[in-house]
Design a protein around this ligand. Structure first.
Ligand SMILES: *Cc1c(COP(=O)(O)O)cnc(C)c1O
Length: 364
């Protein structure tokens, strides 16, 4: 079987794929209502929230757009805390809808500094909201969201979080950390195909929503809430993906949140140890290295494109490359969702075989 080790879409267990093959049901009938209510209740356990959680049909980026257009108005000042490609994307969405974006960028491979966030908020008192990526998939870095959130809340700002590649895999207690909107996507740690974004909405986010003037129709949270109250979604949902999520959430709950976080931590460590044992270097600051995706820097003549091609064609191992300015400079191993220690061992041993064929000259 192919080892799909990219940071989403991730492989799905057989039970989940089987659930996807079910016959269609009426999305405005009692069977769907029961499933939607169950899935929403289970998701709240993963978000660790008593607030609202909505299933939106769309990819994760749709969820990010929903977070922005539902809480902001054109002209609002927002602080964009960015450490990579996805932080930049979040800021671009806000900008496209007319927000006045104040950028706070950190070197790619490093985490955001909470003190710098505090200084930026002090310097610009008109800032209404802070955008932050919990786990930056493009660089393999996890921000200290707890520390950032305490600073943001000291200044009483809205906190909008891209947790697309972390929620359900890395601890993110939404209510304890006072996150106002948190977004994730079905194809990351959830062992489910692409098609759904899941978002939480806090009381403070609802207050902002009441006066938010950005244009919105499909993503409108007022409609999402009104329909969820009767056990429906405003528009036809990706029913097959909801079938899949219903099954995968049961599997994940059976494992338990703490066990999942611990497994992810072990897999992250095993991947980093494995990469280093090959004489390769990690791209990310190891102190903040992600437990769902590992970025590896090129060195010693390694041709990353060639390595990925040989791995794919001769060893059925699919790894991700670098995005934008990191193209050709890093490769990324996804280790979130349905993955165990043996998968990581296999991937590392295949990389070991291919390295010399892709120009890597060992320095040890
Ligand atoms: C994958 C990812 C996205 C984009 O999600 P899509 O489902 O491709 O729209 C955004 N942010 C992060 C951190 C991601 O990992």
């Amino acid at each position: 079987m192919e080892q799909l080790r990219i940071p989403g879409p991730t492989p799905c267990p057989k039970e989940v794929l089987q659930a996807m093959s079910r016959q269609m049901i009426n999305h405005r009938g009692p069977e769907f209502t029961k499933m939607l209510n169950n899935v929403t209740a289970k998701l709240k356990q993963f978000f660790q929230t008593k607030g609202d959680v909505f299933l939106l049909t769309g990819s994760g980026t749709g969820g990010l757009e929903a977070a922005i257009v539902n809480t902001l108005s054109p002209g609002d000042k927002v602080l964009s805390v960015s450490i990579g490609v996805f932080g930049e994307r979040f800021a671009t969405i806000a900008q496209q809808f007319g927000a006045d974006v104040v950028p706070l960028k950190f070197e790619w491979g490093k985490a955001a500094d909470a003190d710098a966030v505090g200084k930026a908020l002090e310097a610009e008192p008109k800032i209404k909201a802070v955008l932050v990526t919990h786990n930056e998939t493009s660089t393999g870095v996890t921000n200290d969201l707890g520390a950032i959130s305490s600073v943001v809340k000291q200044f009483d700002k809205l906190l909008l979080v891209d947790a697309i590649s972390s929620l359900g895999s890395i601890n993110l207690p939404v209510d304890d950390w006072h996150c106002d909107i948190v977004v994730t996507g079905s194809q990351k740690g959830w062992m489910v195909p692409p098609g759904l974004a899941m978002v939480s909405v806090s009381e403070k986010a609802w207050q902002a929503h009441a006066s938010a003037k950005m244009p919105r129709f499909y993503w409108d949270f007022t409609k999402a809430k009104k329909y969820l109250e009767k056990g429906e979604t405003p528009w036809t949902p990706a029913i097959s993906v909801v079938f899949a999520l219903d099954v995968s959430l049961d599997m994940l709950l059976k494992e338990g949140l703490d066990n999942i976080f611990a497994r992810q931590a072990r897999l992250g460590q095993a991947t980093r140890d494995g990469v280093k044992s090959l004489g390769l270097s990690l791209f990310a600051d190891e102190k903040y290295a992600s437990n769902t995706v590992t970025a590896v820097a090129t060195s010693n003549g390694l041709d990353i494109k060639k390595m990925r091609q040989i791995l794919r064609e001769e060893h059925q191992v699919v790894l991700a490359g670098g995005q934008q300015s990191l193209d050709g400079k890093i490769f990324r191993i996804g280790h979130l969702g349905w993955v165990n220690e043996d998968d990581i061992k296999e991937v590392i041993s295949k990389i070991k075989i291919v390295l010399p064929q892709a120009g890597f000259i060992s320095s040890t």
